[in-house]
Write a protein that binds this ligand. Structure first.
Ligand SMILES: Cc1cc2nc3c(=O)[nH]c(=O)nc-3n(C[C@H](O)[C@H](O)[C@H](O)COP(=O)(O)OP(=O)(O)OC[C@H]3O[C@@H](n4cnc5c(N)ncnc54)[C@H](O)[C@@H]3O)c2cc1C
Length: 351
């Protein structure tokens, strides 16, 4: 083992595997394959706020924190822009009377955040340590220190895993009835699932669709009785029990679904134009490694009427903490809350 010695920033970067990119000085030694660096950080090397995730929630948090002169650092993730990047038409985001494509909307938000000085890195955060302040955020081997963290990592809709779901994404396959239901006026659609979300989405879709099939793999719903009864009483809804989907079919757009009755073995093609997945969402919380309080389905828990998590100085916004509304505008709204909460927290905790 070599003795502890003073090293320059360049040496720190070259030798250390576990160092902050913004380290200015430190002491290091090497031992076998493992190299460690003790970093003596100056206060100016600690970020005010790191934002993880770049959907509507993250970008809104970036707009507000950068306008508050906090110079936020945002890790956009490798899939920058979030869920709306795979959407063609967004008709319900205020301020766009003619509608706007998802990628265009996200580009606007990013530019607005950039205008006020947000710094971006198109990288996935791979690890965080929220046990003590300053918090540590890693991207691969590079560590960043920060006084506050805003988590805006969103959620992913669950799909059945059929290749044809991908083929017809935005061409009749959707995981959001609130977002896309209005595109299916007077058409026949199917909702896949048996929980409360499936009941809610199916009932909502009856406003537009001519007929709504609920395709469910079991012979009873997991949904609450009140939600299930509401759906079952709706004359536009027909339930296909004990049924699984083998494939979504179509040409340019969806024209049907190949289905199998698991009890009788009967196979048939159901003619539909819309195919709505309602089998749940998965919040993107893996990187947090159980450090923050979550609910039973893995969503981050925030304190009522705020974006505060159970760790002071750590805030959460958007779909990662909201399994109820899951809309771009609600995500953006909660991003604003997180920014204001972080700003006030920094003001109250200046050191
Ligand atoms: C197909 C589709 C169509 C939709 N249409 C509409 C619509 O018309 N209107 C509407 O209001 N809503 C719509 N929604 C819902 C809307 O997209 C979401 O509610 C909204 O995007 C949630 O925003 P968010 O910022 O919370 O997260 P997301 O948009 O999910 O963004 C999360 C971001 O975090 C990043 N991230 C995750 N993990 C990490 C990590 N470890 N490090 C760094 N970054 C990370 C991701 O890459 C992503 O960029 C639609 C959703 C889908 C899937």
């Amino acid at each position: 083992m070599r003795p502890l010695r003073r090293v320059s920033l360049f040496q720190v970067m070259a030798v250390g595997r576990r160092v902050s990119h913004c380290a200015v000085e430190g002491y290091g030694w090497t031992s076998g394959f493992h190299e460690f660096i003790l970093i003596r950080m100056s206060q100016s090397n600690i970020e005010n706020v790191i934002i993880i995730g770049s959907g509507p929630a993250g970008y809104t948090a970036a707009i507000y924190t950068s306008r508050a002169l906090l110079k936020p650092l945002m890790f956009e993730g490798e899939e920058a822009g979030g869920q709306l990047m795979i959407t063609t038409e967004v008709e319900n985001f205020p301020g766009f009377p003619e509608g706007v494509t998802g990628p265009e909307l996200m580009e606007h938000m990013r530019k607005q955040a950039e205008r006020f000085g947000t710094r971006f890195q198109r990288k996935n955060v791979t690890k965080v340590d929220l046990k003590q302040r300053p918090f540590k955020v890693w991207v691969g081997d590079t560590m960043y220190l920060t006084k506050t963290v805003i988590i805006a990592t969103g959620a992913k809709a669950k799909y059945l895993g059929l290749p044809s779901e991908k083929t017809f994404a935005n061409k009749g396959v959707s995981a959001c009835a609130t977002c896309d239901g209005a595109f299916f006026r007077d058409m026949d659609v199917a909702v896949i699932g048996g929980g409360d979300t499936a009941m809610e989405e199916a009932t909502f879709l009856t406003r537009f669709a001519k007929k709504v099939f609920i395709i469910h793999r079991r012979d009873s719903f997991r949904a609450s009785k009140i939600m299930a009864d509401k759906a079952l009483k709706n004359p536009k809804i027909e339930v296909l029990w004990n049924t699984v989907v083998d494939e979504v079919i179509g040409d340019k757009f969806v024209t049907g679904a190949k289905i199998t009755n698991t009890v009788t073995g009967e196979k048939k093609t159901l003619p539909i134009q819309g195919f709505f997945l309602a089998i749940g969402h998965e919040p993107n919380t893996k990187v947090l490694e159980g450090q923050l309080k979550t609910d039973e389905t893995g969503y981050l828990v925030t304190k009522p009427h705020s974006s505060k998590t159970d760790i002071e100085g750590v805030f959460a916004c958007g779909d990662v903490q909201d399994h109820h509304y899951r809309q771009a505008i609600t995500a953006a709204g909660s991003g604003c809350m997180a920014a204001i909460d972080a700003e006030r927290w920094l003001e109250a905790n200046p050191s």
